[in-house]
Ligand binder design. Structure first.
Ligand SMILES: O=C(O)c1cc(C(=O)O)oc(=O)c1
Length: 291
């Protein structure tokens, strides 16, 4: 693994907040193990191994029942570790894959049978080389007939440039980590307003309200500066939000979050039982377990 890599928390605290029955951790990853599922040659980082067994352990410990596993960039478009985890999950995990434009229909059908329900398009420059938009569009057209959605990951300052491309996508679109707002800017400032507009004017757009540990400028255990942003999204679009741990937290440099504390963040951003049920159960079940 990279020399400055931070390994996931070895013994997270037990959260005080108890997720409702059937709760889904809708954004997490598996890494390797590298000797079985090698990391992609084109990767931008080499992580510690974070195998499926550790993910199931964390799921049970935190009080969740299901996972949505998102293909991490360190595995490129080689979805073998993801598929292996999905098949071993007894139907308790669904996946979001990364595919290239030359993926065959047979490969797409096999991914679907394993539990994949979407593809990820990544625009974060430190994580991937740029893929031309025509290529992304052709992938979008290939996956649309399967009823899959597209997950997009980008930084807030890129949104003005990407906005028209995003809104031209033909499927449900899920934004990772709230579009990574700069939380030192005002909640009603132009940057976050553009993100709110994206969701307001495009009913096919959803948002993950995850990763306070990445967005906070205050550091460990004090993610209060992220609360108003996430809470605004949850309260404005209660039927189009998802939550996830982001375990094993790739590329965290400032600190490694305590996953139990991340779970205790949930009632701050979804303050009522009804909002919590939508965020953790109804919404992810509708998007990932409708069949
Ligand atoms: O911010 C990140 O570094 C990051 C990386 C990845 C990935 O490498 O797939 O996924 C995430 O959700 C977040």
């Amino acid at each position: 693994m990279d020399r400055d890599w931070l390994v996931f928390h070895p013994s997270p605290s037990k959260p005080a907040f108890r997720p409702p029955p059937g709760a889904v951790d809708a954004h997490c990853h598996v890494f390797g193990p590298g000797d079985v599922f090698p990391y992609a040659p084109e990767r931008k980082y080499t992580p510690c191994d974070a195998p499926k067994e550790k993910l199931w352990e964390l799921r049970d410990y935190l009080g969740f029942e299901r996972n949505v596993i998102v293909q991490a960039t360190c595995h490129g478009a080689d979805n073998r570790a993801l598929v292996d985890a999905l098949k071993a999950s007894n139907g308790r995990a669904r996946g979001v894959a990364t595919v290239k434009h030359d993926v065959t229909d047979e490969e797409l059908r096999a991914l679907d049978a394993a539990g994949v329900r979407g593809v990820r398009f990544n625009f974060v420059k430190r994580l991937v080389d740029t893929t031309p938009r025509e290529v992304l569009r052709s992938i979008a057209e290939r996956i649309q007939p399967l009823g899959w959605h597209i997950v997009i990951y980008f930084e807030a300052q890129e949104l003005p440039e990407l906005y028209d491309f995003f809104t031209s996508l033909p499927t449900t679109v899920v934004v990772d980590h709230m579009g990574r707002p700069d939380v030192t800017q005002p909640l009603d400032g132009p940057e976050f307003e553009l993100f709110i507009r994206l969701l307001r004017e495009n009913p096919n757009f959803w948002s993950k309200v995850s990763c306070p540990e990445r967005l906070s400028k205050r550091g460990p255990d004090a993610y209060e500066d992220v609360v108003p942003f996430a809470r605004r999204v949850v309260e404005t679009f209660p039927d189009r939000v998802l939550w996830g741990t982001d375990w094993p937290h790739p590329n965290m440099k400032s600190h490694m979050p305590d996953d139990g504390k991340l779970v205790d963040f949930i009632p701050k951003i979804a303050p009522t039982v009804e909002l919590q049920r939508k965020l953790l159960v109804d919404n992810p079940m509708a998007l990932y377990w409708s069949r």
